[in-house]
Design a protein around this ligand. Structure first.
Ligand code: GAR
Length: 209
């Protein structure tokens, strides 16, 4: 059984999608063991509490450097025997050391079709603002393994979502969450826990049937 830690910073609808899938028995061979927030006020912590899952706040600003923070976070997760780290709207960048310790065991959900609208500065609503400014007719979501390059790790799954006339960043975000993120993320979490994902030397992900 894989112990899963979900790292959050905000509303936590992606966390909720994982918890709902778990309650339906759809996370095979894994269970959410901890929810870690980057701040005290994230509603995601309420969601963890409601599901009876331990929630913790670990703030970057409580550490002398980003390096010290990432080391402490890695140690905390290792002590809890975490086998999969899920970034679900987690807005703090993790350093190369952390990515190395959990190599191919960290996954992130990003609200665009990578390699579009990703990298430094592309997070949350900013991603959808950029997509609408560019006038793309299709956007979507990507779940990928995390490495030291922001949004640059091996792609596991993607789902396209149509941009509708009159969309605002908020309406596009909502549709992409409902039609892509909340479906893809729990599915990928389960595939990981079932041992069905593998990454080639060139960074291509294969999914076993
Ligand atoms: C989601 O749309 C997620 O893809 C995005 O933040 C939102 C969090 O929502 N993440 C990023 O932009 C990371 N680059 P949630 O807290 O309701 O899950």
């Amino acid at each position: 059984m894989v112990n899963i830690a979900v790292l959050v910073s905000g509303g936590g609808t992606n966390l909720q999608a994982i918890l709902d899938a778990q309650a339906r028995g759809e996370i095979k061979n894994g269970r959410v063991a901890a929810v870690i927030s980057s701040n005290d006020t994230a509603y995601a912590l309420e969601r963890a509490k409601n599901a009876g899952i331990p929630g913790y706040t670990i703030k970057k600003k409580d550490y002398p450097s980003g390096e010290a923070y990432c080391k402490a976070l890695a140690e905390f997760l290792q002590e809890k025997d975490i086998g999969l780290v899920v970034l679900a709207g987690f807005m703090t960048v993790l350093d190369a050391y952390f990515c190395h310790v959990f190599e191919n065991r960290i996954i992130n959900v990003h609200p665009s079709l990578i390699p579009s609208f990703c990298g430094d500065g592309f997070y949350g609503l900013h991603v959808h603002e950029a997509a609408l400014e560019k006038g793309v007719k299709v956007s979507g979501a990507t779940v990928h393994f995390v490495n030291a390059v922001t949004d640059g790790g091996p792609i596991i799954a993607q789902k396209a979502v149509a941009v509708e006339p009159g969309d605002t960043p908020e309406s596009l975000q909502k549709r992409i969450m409902a039609q892509a993120e909340h479906i893809l993320l729990p599915r990928v979490v389960s595939l990981f826990c079932e041992g069905k994902l593998s990454v080639s030397d060139s960074g291509i992900v294969s999914i076993a049937e």
